[in-house]
Design a binder for this molecule. Structure first.
Ligand code: CDP
Length: 213
């Protein structure tokens, strides 16, 4: 069982995907953390995130330790991640790892949940279930701002940088952010975590496959 969870920033993908994985006994991979780690490696090497040679080298040299970096979740790291993520060579370097994780999940799990931007469209186009999780831009910015806590920049700045990142993710030529034609659309603007989880669980269990929530 492979479940793809895609959608824009702070739509609730991570929390939802983690809960679904725990509920269904599946392994979980946050693919955004791979792009974030590549972005940080590029910065730490003193290179420019738009430098394709440096970005590909960073992607090819990724190690597990890079995925526990405390700076991974910073808002600035998300912006750098979306710059390196627009480069086809970076995406190609990370593709096989994601597919291997899905096909041969760790610890004997009987499947996997992967969250990202292109899981249902490019990474695992034949995933058993595909969710596309969205929420209004205002609600997403508010959630990210609350999540960042004491480290949060002003809300208006979070809104602005998130809109920029959404645009870059949607407009890039390589694996742009968009729902797979067969994805179940889940708008969480007016749903709390429990309600979003209930809707996603019903869809995955086969109770609701109508294509929208
Ligand atoms: O947590 P949030 O939704 O803010 O971001 P993330 O999932 O950690 O992803 C950070 C950035 O990585 C995104 O803005 C995308 O540019 C990129 N990404 C991607 O291109 N493809 C993926 N499968 C996952 C993330």
């Amino acid at each position: 069982m492979i479940v793809a969870v895609d959608g824009p920033a702070a739509a609730g993908k991570g929390t939802l995907a983690r809960r679904l994985a725990a509920h269904f006994g599946l392994a979980y991979l946050d693919t955004g953390s791979l792009y974030r780690a590549v972005g940080l490696r590029v910065l730490r090497a003193g290179a420019n995130p738009d430098d394709t040679v440096a970005a590909e080298a960073a992607a090819r040299g990724l190690t597990p330790a890079d995925l526990t970096d405390p700076e991974l979740r910073a808002e600035a790291t998300g912006a750098v991640a979306s710059k390196v993520a627009a480069q086809p060579a970076v995406r190609a370097a990370l593709l096989q790892f994601q597919r291997d994780f899905a096909r041969n999940p760790p610890a004997g799990a009987k499947g996997a949940v992967l969250d990202g931007r292109d899981i249902g469209t490019v990474v695992i186009p034949d995933a058993d279930r595909k969710l596309f999780v969205t929420a209004s831009p205002e609600e997403r910015a508010r959630r990210r701002w609350a999540e960042l806590g004491a480290k949060a920049p002003p809300l208006a700045e979070v809104e602005r940088t998130m809109a920029e990142r959404d645009r870059r993710d949607q407009e890039r030529a390589a694996a742009p952010l968009k729902p797979a034609p067969d994805a179940f659309l889940l708008d969480t603007s007016d749903l709390d975590i429990d309600a979003a989880f209930a809707a996603a669980k019903a869809y995955i269990s086969g109770a609701n496959t109508s294509g929208t929530n």
